[in-house]
Design a protein around this ligand. Structure first.
Ligand SMILES: Cc1cc2nc3c(=O)[nH]c(=O)nc-3n(C[C@H](O)[C@H](O)[C@H](O)COP(=O)(O)OP(=O)(O)OC[C@H]3O[C@@H](n4cnc5c(N)ncnc54)[C@H](O)[C@@H]3O)c2cc1C
Ligand code: SF4
Ligand code: SF4
Length: 417
């Protein structure tokens, strides 16, 4: 047997880091390529996890510690795979590593942020607030290293951050680089993006300020979010007293995403508990077509249903309109009670579906996908495997189980050669 090759994992969300850690702890070299400046993926943006309602960061922190302790896990952030050639046992992979402009000497002291005069919309909080051009990706980011957004930065004519950084951590001349990897097997763990809610014109997202998406709701509820965890109306900062959740926003709709996004019912019920816990007087309306809470999640459904301030209305939402005082009016058919419902609320949360991150991505020349853009789980070229939501929409537990399976398959691939 020749030299043992390593396993490449594309995407450093919970699935990708699980595959990497499991394979590394079995003794195999792994390399994660992640395009964000931090690892953790979408889970790093959540306030709480269903069904236990614990903070997702507990689990992520444990994984980050396992990565720090294990030299067999390497990772590149701000990076993307540019090309893949070769075959099982001998893939040649070209990875573009974009410039962070901040090196490993950064101590996260925050002095540069105080000095920087330029701002950018905070993508971690879905644009609900701004950061400076130099910023910490988020409070718990791993790696805990600042980064400069080159679109927002005023460049060397400014250099205010360089002047205040005592550690020599900022290099405004840093350039992107290309890393060539030779790996034995590849796992795609590219996950998902929220479906673009502006495409559902009848639901008002992008036109009505108090219509937000479910991922925005995660950030709005989190203590490290744009409102420090206070659930306030985006239009005027008023405390939210009444809220409507619109299920299947984009999902199970031939004009948008023809499939069920699997987790949005649970996500909305979880988010209903966010507002109910923070404001005992609040009233919640959940508009749904079918509630999908399989297996162990039925207990969570029952718990939510037992709250008399949470009303479940079976009916498809036809439209959402702005109300005179800044709220919104949700119009839906009430399939059980009959007739039309016009419900006035302070804020509406669209349970937007999950779209594969492989959509419109160059990786699809190597990774085979279905029409939906999710990767097929059986029938990939030898040595290529799929983990987590890259394969289909799912919760974290199922994603992690699949990611552990992908670790085993990618090890078997190495051993075969
Ligand atoms: C509103 C909402 C709430 C949710 N709440 C819960 C919950 O409470 N409990 C639960 O179990 N599940 C929840 N989920 C589901 C959960 O988000 C997913 O199960 C989880 O994100 C799957 O992890 P993943 O690693 O497969 O994908 P992701 O989290 O999407 O991670 C994929 C990673 O790959 C990176 N990437 C993508 N493309 C590339 C590329 N080309 N090159 C390099 N890197 C790339 C991304 O930047 C990202 O970091 C929720 C989902 C939604 C929509
Ligand atoms: S780049 Fe320098 S000033 Fe900014 S947080 Fe890091 S060490 Fe502090
Ligand atoms: S050089 Fe860029 S990042 Fe540094 S202070 Fe100026 S604008 Fe901010």
């Amino acid at each position: 047997m020749g030299e043992q090759k390593s396993i490449l994992i594309i995407g450093g969300g919970i699935s990708g880091i699980t595959t990497a850690i499991e394979a590394a702890e079995a003794g195999y070299d792994t390399t994660i390529v992640e395009r964000n400046p931090y690892l953790g993926g979408r889970v790093a943006q959540m306030f709480k996890y269903f069904p236990k309602l614990c903070p997702p960061y507990c689990g992520l922190e444990i994984n980050f510690r396992r990565i720090k302790q294990n030299p067999k896990v390497k990772f590149y952030t701000l990076s993307e795979v540019e090309s893949i050639s070769g075959s099982e046992g001998d893939f040649k992979v070209s990875v573009k590593v974009n410039a962070r402009y901040v090196n490993e000497k950064c101590t996260a002291c925050d002095k540069c942020v105080e000095a920087c005069p330029a701002e950018r919309p905070n993508d971690y909080n879905f644009g609900m607030d701004n950061t400076k051009a130099i910023y910490r990706p988020h409070d718990m980011a791993f790696p805990m290293r600042y980064v400069i957004d080159e679109q927002a930065c005023k460049g060397s004519a400014c250099s205010e951050c360089v002047k205040v950084c005592k550690y020599g951590a900022i290099d405004l001349d840093m350039k992107p680089s290309t890393v060539e990897l030779n790996v034995g097997s590849i796992v795609t763990a590219t996950g998902w993006n929220p479906y673009d809610a502006t495409k559902m014109e009848n639901l008002g997202f992008g036109k009505i300020k108090n219509v937000i998406t479910n991922m925005m709701m995660e950030r709005l509820s989190a203590p490290n979010g744009p409102t420090k965890g206070k659930i306030k109306r985006p239009s005027d900062g008023k405390d939210v007293q009444s809220i409507a959740f619109v299920q299947c926003a984009g999902s199970r709709d031939e004009n948008h995403l023809p499939y069920c996004s699997a987790v949005c019912c649970m996500a909305s019920m979880k988010q209903a508990t966010y507002i109910r816990d923070k404001n005992p007087e609040s009233k919640v309306y959940i508009f749904y077509i079918d509630l999908r809470t399989p297996g162990k999640y039925e207990d969570f459904l029952r718990k939510v249903q037992s709250d008399e301030n949470i009303e479940m209305i079976k009916g498809k939402v036809a439209k959402i309109e702005e109300d005179g005082d800044g709220g919104a009016i949700v119009t839906a058919e009430d399939i059980v009670g009959g007739g039309k419902v016009h419900q006035k609320v302070d804020m509406v949360v669209l349970a937007a579906g999950m779209e594969s991150a492989l959509k419109n991505n160059g990786l699809v020349s190597t990774i085979k996908t279905e029409e939906s853009s999710f990767a097929i789980s059986e029938g990939q070229a030898a040595g290529i495997y799929v983990a987590g939501v890259a394969g289909r929409p799912n919760d974290v537990t199922t994603s992690v189980q699949g990611a552990t399976g992908a670790a085993l398959k990618s090890i078997q691939s190495l051993v075969r050669r």
